[in-house]
Design a protein around this ligand. Structure first.
Ligand code: ZN
Length: 116
């Protein structure tokens, strides 16, 4: 039992359940977000905290907002912000397909490095 706890780290609490990949992702998510305040997208201060899945509350500007399950903004939202403005109009009407492909590749690379 002691040996298994050392090897599996914090994820030993799951035992053999949920699969290897999910347990690995939990480790990275908890290291980044658990018990830590996040950057608020409205006032750019580090006072936003997670209330429940996808719901965040900023103690500084007292706004409640939706985000990713564990992070205030998701990778996809950041990508869409580069393409569209807040009213939903395209920021750059002559955006290249190559630029979008580059963004998608960046996302894929980030996900691959997270899984390793
Ligand atoms: Zn705020």
């Amino acid at each position: 039992m002691v040996i298994r706890m050392e090897r599996a780290g914090k994820n030993a609490r799951f035992g053999s359940r949920y699969g290897r990949r999910v347990r690995k992702r939990i480790l990275t998510v908890e290291a980044k977000y658990k018990g830590k305040t996040q950057t608020c997208p409205f006032c750019n201060t580090k006072f936003a905290e997670r209330k429940s899945a996808g719901i965040f509350y900023c103690k500084n500007c007292k706004k409640k907002f939706a985000g990713g399950a564990y992070e205030p903004t998701t990778l996809v939202k950041r990508m869409l912000n580069k393409v569209y403005d807040k009213k939903g109009k395209a920021v750059n009407k002559q955006i290249d397909i190559k630029e979008i492909e580059k963004l998608v590749e960046d996302i894929k690379q980030k996900e691959e490095t997270q899984e390793e």
